[in-house]
Write a protein that binds this ligand. Structure first.
Ligand code: ADP
Length: 269
């Protein structure tokens, strides 16, 4: 699979306070990466570096092109932690919010092709029924799906999301994650997602990235379960708890032999 995001030795500081050091990884087309780690560990900053919203040291390649020369931003959809649209009270319809995700063509009216793209994105996110509703009158879950439609409207190959589920209730959260899973599995969209919902998201993701000032771990779910670096960072108990959450039925690859699993399940003192 081709590399779509490559980071080499990234380093970043906010006003001389180091936030990220020696960050290197390679995300491949079709990956669904769950980015986890402690608060303040640098997850949001890392996504901002990848999107060119912050600049640090090191190299970033998007679809093989160095970030400084990269222009095809329509290939990347981004859903930030706090969207300015959610905070503004401007009476704008859901459909208009989605339209805002397309490049602005000053002076020209909205074309039929633009509207078709808006409708397709709203179909994918199951939001077409309230296209004409004022964005602010929608529930938080509906708003979040409209914002996802906006991130998807230019048909991106990569979707980058920063804790999109924090404000959602359990039902909307499950629906939202199922939707992302569908986009990844059926439409081949590469996804990078910061989340604390290791249980729910673990059903869909293909890889974990654990960020704490550097990339402590990046690999598949089963590699996560066996990683000595993760055990050192989290302790085997939390490592296996996360593994159990994503496996749901506690199918640790080590099976009965895994003492940490037995401990996590309260099987021994
Ligand atoms: P995470 O997403 O893992 O919670 P962040 O990337 O948001 O971590 O933050 C990493 C560190 O950088 C934290 O210590 C945070 O306080 C600091 N930080 C984040 N944004 C800024 C900023 N705009 N100015 C100064 N410090 C910041």
């Amino acid at each position: 699979m081709p590399s779509v995001i490559k980071a080499e030795k990234l380093r970043f500081a906010y006003r001389r306070v180091p936030v990220l050091e020696n960050v290197s990884f390679d995300v491949q087309s079709g990956d669904y990466v769950g980015i986890i780690g402690p608060n303040g560990g640098g997850k949001t900053t890392l996504l901002k570096l990848l999107l060119g919203l912050e600049q640090g040291a090191g190299n970033i390649f998007l679809f093989g092109t160095p970030l400084a020369q990269f222009k095809a931003w329509n290939k990347i959809g981004y859903l930030a932690q706090k969207s300015p649209v959610s905070q503004s009270r401007f009476p704008i319809s859901a459909e208009e919010v989605v339209l805002m995700g397309l490049p602005q063509r000053l002076g020209s009216a909205v074309s039929r092709a633009d509207l078709k793209q808006v409708h397709t994105a709203m179909q994918k996110t199951h939001t077409r029924d309230y296209a004409g509703t004022i964005f602010h009158d929608l529930s938080i879950g509906q708003q979040q799906r409209v914002l996802l439609a906006r991130a998807l409207v230019s048909n991106p190959e990569i979707l980058i999301l920063d804790e999109p589920s924090t404000a959602l209730d359990a039902q909307s959260r499950e629906m939202f994650f199922n939707l992302l899973g569908e986009l990844n599995q059926q439409h081949g969209v590469t996804i990078l997602l910061i989340t604390h919902d290791t249980g729910e998201v673990g059903k869909h993701i293909s890889k974990f990235m654990y960020v704490d000032k550097t990339v402590v771990f990046f690999g598949t779910k089963s590699e996560f379960c066996h990683s000595a670096a993760v055990a050192k960072q989290l302790g085997p108990f939390a490592q296996h708890t996360i593994d159990h959450l994503h496996n749901h039925h506690g199918h640790c690859p080590l099976g009965e032999d895994c003492t940490e699993c037995a401990h996590a399940e309260g099987k021994h003192a």
